[in-house]
Design a protein around this ligand. Structure first.
Ligand code: FES
Ligand code: FES
Length: 168
């Protein structure tokens, strides 16, 4: 057993866990944060994406003990009280999901991409940002539109050539 401690969505969580516990298992089983999904368990699908110390990571690939002491944000921590994050709003507006299984990880990866203030929102740039996240339902078109719409909300001052593809 090992003692781990995290700030999870702004709350301190400390638990004794088995050494082999993955971060995703800690979040789902110890914290009850089941918005973080497990799709593959082999670092391919991105459904388990969370932010660890400000960086998007696949939490099925990180041992909880390895990350102890860190600050974790899950999809449950994206909204600010009753106010949805622009990425969440954009998914609603653009209908960026169907079954929703990939959606939490997709939104966390997008939030990380946009948090770095993108210099381009061209298709290939967004494709690269989301290459670690697989969606089996949507065909990605509406997800990519949601990225641009969220960017517009977060950075209304982005240059016109960056925002050129955002629908009015
Ligand atoms: S469950 Fe982590 S990448 Fe698929
Ligand atoms: S919406 Fe179903 S897997 Fe993406």
């Amino acid at each position: 057993m090992v003692r781990v401690e995290f700030q999870v969505n702004g709350e301190r969580r400390a638990e004794d866990i088995e050494d082999r516990t993955l971060l995703v298992e800690f979040l789902r089983q110890k914290c009850g944060l089941t918005g973080t999904h497990v799709g593959c368990d082999t670092t391919q699908c991105g459904a388990c994406t969370v932010k660890l110390n400000g960086v998007a990571v696949k939490s099925c690939t990180v041992l909880a003990a390895q990350a102890s002491g860190g600050e974790v944000v899950t999809v449950e921590g994206l909204s600010n009280g009753g106010t949805l994050h622009p990425v969440q709003e954009a998914f609603i507006q653009c209908h960026g999901l169907q079954c929703g299984f990939c959606t939490p990880g997709m939104m966390m990866a997008i939030e990380y991409f946009l948090s770095k203030r993108p210099v381009s929102l061209d298709d290939d740039v967004i494709h690269t940002a989301l290459e670690g996240n697989i969606c089996r339902c949507t065909g990605y078109v509406n997800i990519i539109e949601a990225v641009r719409r969220a960017a517009y909300r977060m950075y209304p001052d982005l240059p016109k050539h960056v925002m050129a593809k955002v629908a009015a």
